[in-house]
Design a protein around this ligand. Structure first.
Ligand code: GTP
Ligand code: MG
Length: 295
């Protein structure tokens, strides 16, 4: 590429942008096909379906060209400021998010990708648990990873070293991922080559609860080093989650924090939640976590 009018990096960025639009147009055409079907115009609907399929194939070819320009497994998506607010609809922000999350879920189901989202406090062990799961499951599933962080690629680099495709989403100032940003990550991944996508949200127990991404299972992680009140102080996220992980149980005695009392708090808030006590350090509870996730 040297000496040409555009560097490989810039070309890749331009193609990524083009790919996103092409994939979005394919989605839109499918919506129109559905509308035409609703209007009884079966012929028009069929043609629109065909156009959507061709556009999907075009998007796939652009994505594949993009991948061959890639310099490594880790790629970074920077959120543009107020990105989601640019959407011109008279719906609330949360409503827009919910709708995009539903679209994400549809896309994931179409491609047969099962998504487990990890939320939880800063430093509770989300990335460590994901690394342990990748090692345990990578022979059984084709795994991908999406990391949410404000500015760094540390987590994506860590998980990428286990040999799985990763996308880093940098939110800048935002304390959570949202469905729009997650959709961008989905556009970057070869979804046909992934069965299990592990997503790590930005570390905190508050904001991620309000912004569903379209995942199939939600895990919330706390660790004993954060003290005994961590669960009760964050009821919303525990009510939302399917599985609660109480991590770093190897340090429970030293910290004077009872994992069972954290478990009780979680069950009180959400009787249907599955609670797993883990230590990534000793490997305790990782098999139970696999089971709780139905993997
Ligand atoms: N003793 C002990 N340390 C752990 C355990 N799990 C994780 N750690 C350590 O806790 C620190 C934070 O772990 P991470 O996996 O980076 O935590 P995280 O939740 O991904 O952190 P953020 O992404 O920054 O929110 C690291 O130093 C880990 O080695 C555990 O079960 N026991
Ligand atoms: Mg992390």
């Amino acid at each position: 590429m040297e000496g040409s009018w555009m560097s490989a990096g810039r070309l890749k960025k331009a193609l990524e942008h083009y790919y996103e639009h092409t994939a979005e147009h394919a989605e839109k055409l499918r919506e129109y096909a559905e509308m035409a079907r609703g209007e009884g115009a079966a012929g028009a609907s069929q043609k629109l379906e065909l156009a959507a399929e061709l556009m999907d194939r075009a998007a796939e070819a652009i994505r594949s060209a993009c991948m061959s320009l890639s310099e490594g497994p880790s790629r970074v998506i920077e959120a543009e400021s107020h990105e989601i607010l640019d959407i011109e609809v008279e719906e609330s922000l949360l409503e827009v998010n919910r709708r995009i999350a539903e679209e994400n879920r549809r896309l994931l189901d179409e491609r047969g990708v099962y998504v487990v989202e990890f939320m939880g406090s800063i430093g509770s062990g989300k990335t460590s648990l994901i690394e342990a799961l990748v090692e345990k499951l990578k022979e059984r599933y084709r795994i991908g990873y999406v990391a949410g962080d404000l500015t760094t690629t540390i987590d994506a680099d860590r998980v990428g070293r286990h040999g799985v495709p990763v996308v880093q989403l940098n939110t800048g100032r935002e304390c959570h991922l949202d469905a729009n940003l997650f959709r961008k990550a989905l556009y970057q991944l070869d979804l046909n080559g992934i069965d299990l996508l592990l997503v790590e949200n930005v570390g905190n127990l508050i904001c991620p609860a309000d912004f569903p991404l379209g995942s199939h299972r939600k895990v919330v992680v706390v660790s004993v080093t954060e003290g005994e009140h961590m669960v009760r102080k964050h009821p919303i996220i525990f009510k939302e989650a399917d599985v609660a992980v109480i991590n770093k149980v190897d340090l429970a005695e030293e910290m004077g924090v009872s994992p069972s009392s954290l478990e009780r708090d979680a069950k009180e808030l959400n009787p249907r939640i599955k609670v797993v006590k883990t230590s990534v350090k000793t490997g305790d509870g990782i098999d139970e976590l696999v089971e709780a996730l139905g993997l």
